[in-house]
Design a protein around this ligand. Structure first.
Ligand SMILES: *Cc1c(COP(=O)(O)O)cnc(C)c1O
Ligand SMILES: [Zn+2]
Length: 461
């Protein structure tokens, strides 16, 4: 009923659900999980899912905000599901942030994935990957990570004890909140010289050779779990489809999963409107933006699956020759070779999408506004809000359009960025942010230093 299938339309090779593959063994393209929907009990309306609104009754569909939508990712029987209560996240009507972005109040929402057990959206995917990995009997699971995938893998391993966690991280590139999680949850943590792109290519090789289960987003099962972020968004909007979904783009797993979610909902006739998607890169890691552009012709397009692989290869070769490395304060999207690029192109085509880049300065300014609105996030997450603001300024997003930005990770993941921005220590500011060309902190909320004298303190109140 469920199987894996190569996304290359000229190949279309199918594989059984219990095969462990990172790509098509015939043509090397990415794989999808797919379903014989006709033989599955698909609900005839989305309101069906309301019976599974979350409570802790111990039933998996009420316990997990991912598996609540089981009918839309039924790749294994429910009794095989491995869950730690992920996906219990919120959609906030973000009135304060809306005026910064320029969208009318009541039309702008933040989907706060920082509320997941490990503090980022990665748990949506990890529950699905763990479900599959345990099903195939793997004993060890590995990932390369800019931090959050490793935190997520580590927490699933610690709670479930089903697979041992092995995490590969680049040198000096990981925010302390994330590293502390991997260590605290007991993951085997291997720091290698190089950045995320180096770590990912290494772990792909090692996983294959040592038979370790890989949980990076090239794992198609992980993306099945991440589809549910979109299901929760529209569920919380009482099944209204937004005009815009805005998401940061790193390895492009979310971009891939969100598009697949809407492709399937549409195919199953559960929706008739398709939202537009905006994928936001940081200028310091802008491969997708460079290749896709703002919408010009001659740029890279999915083209029904016949995208220009030579264009990608030439771009990557050029990066190699110039030793160009991703460099951004938004460490979770500090990725120059996004593994899910083809799937993101597919999403952009189906969702009539756009791609933009934002500077680290714009990211941190947006982050401060998001924080002031009450939902703290890490720098990468704020790229969505900075990008939405840009698209409103360009007239691409209209101020009346229903817009949802995804806040991918929690504020406490990277406290250094926050303290450097708001604090008064110029050296710490320079050391932490200077190298990312951040010059000002116009939305800083400066701590006040004063002698411990009542009259002195009262002056500030
Ligand atoms: C992983 C991650 C991203 C990037 O997501 P992709 O799906 O790889 O594009 C963005 N923000 C945060 C907080 C992340 O952890
Ligand atoms: Zn193939």
């Amino acid at each position: 009923m469920a199987y894996q299938i190569c996304i290359n339309p000229d190949c279309g090779c199918k594989y059984e659900i219990d095969q462990v593959l990172h790509s098509c063994s015939v043509c090397g393209e990415l794989l999808d999980v797919d379903y014989e929907w006709d033989s599955l009990p698909v609900p005839d309306s989305l309101t069906y899912f309301e019976r599974y609104r979350l409570n802790s009754s111990g039933r998996i569909r009420n316990f997990s905000g991912v598996w609540r939508y089981y009918d839309l990712l039924p790749f294994l029987p429910t009794e095989k599901i491995v869950s730690i209560g992920e996906g219990r996240t919120i959609l906030q009507d973000a009135k304060f942030v809306s005026s910064f972005v320029g969208v009318n109040s009541g039309r702008f929402f933040l989907q706060y994935e920082g509320l997941n057990p490990s503090g980022s959206f990665k748990d949506n995917g990890m529950t699905a990957a763990f479900t599959h990995g345990s099903f195939v009997g793997a004993k060890q699971a590995a990932c390369a990570s800019t931090g959050n995938t490793s935190a997520s893998l580590a927490i699933y391993a610690a709670v479930t004890r089903l697979m041992e966690a092995v995490v590969f991280i680049g040198s000096g590139k990981i925010a302390y909140g994330k590293l502390s999680q991997a260590l605290d949850y007991g993951a085997k943590t291997i720091q290698i010289q190089g950045d995320f792109d180096d770590a990912l290519s290494r772990v792909r090789q090692i996983a294959k050779e040592a038979g370790i289960y890989l949980v990076n987003s090239i794992n198609p099962f992980r993306l099945e779990g991440q589809k549910t972020i979109m299901f929760r968004v529209i569920d919380d909007l009482r099944w209204q489809i937004p005009d815009w979904i805005v998401v940061p783009g790193g390895n492009l797993g979310n971009a891939a999963a969100f598009g697949k979610a809407f492709i399937e909902l549409h195919k199953l006739k559960l929706i008739d409107k398709i939202p537009q998607i905006a994928i936001i890169n940081s200028t310091g890691a802008n491969t997708l933006y460079q290749l896709y552009g703002k919408g010009e012709s001659g740029k890279l397009r999915w083209n029904g699956g016949h995208y220009d692989k030579t264009m990608v290869k030439n771009f990557y070769d050029k990066m190699t020759n110039e030793s160009r490395k991703a460099h951004t304060i938004a460490s979770a999207i500090e990725i120059n070779r996004p593994a899910n690029l083809p799937k993101a192109l597919r999403t952009l085509e189906f969702c009539n999408g756009v791609v933009r880049e934002v500077t680290d300065q714009e990211i941190l300014d947006a982050k401060a506004i998001i924080g002031a609105g009450g939902l703290g996030c890490e720098p990468a997450s704020a790229a969505s809000v900075a990008g939405a603001k840009k698209l409103v300024e360009e007239g691409i997003i209209d101020k009346e359009q229903l817009t949802v930005c995804i806040l991918t990770g929690h504020q406490l993941k990277d406290p250094n960025a926050t303290i450097a921005y708001h604090g008064t220590d110029q050296n710490f500011f320079q050391e932490t942010l200077g190298k990312f060309n951040i010059k000002s902190a116009q939305h800083a909320n400066r701590p006040i230093t004063t002698p411990n004298v009542q009259n002195e303190i009262l002056k500030f109140l």
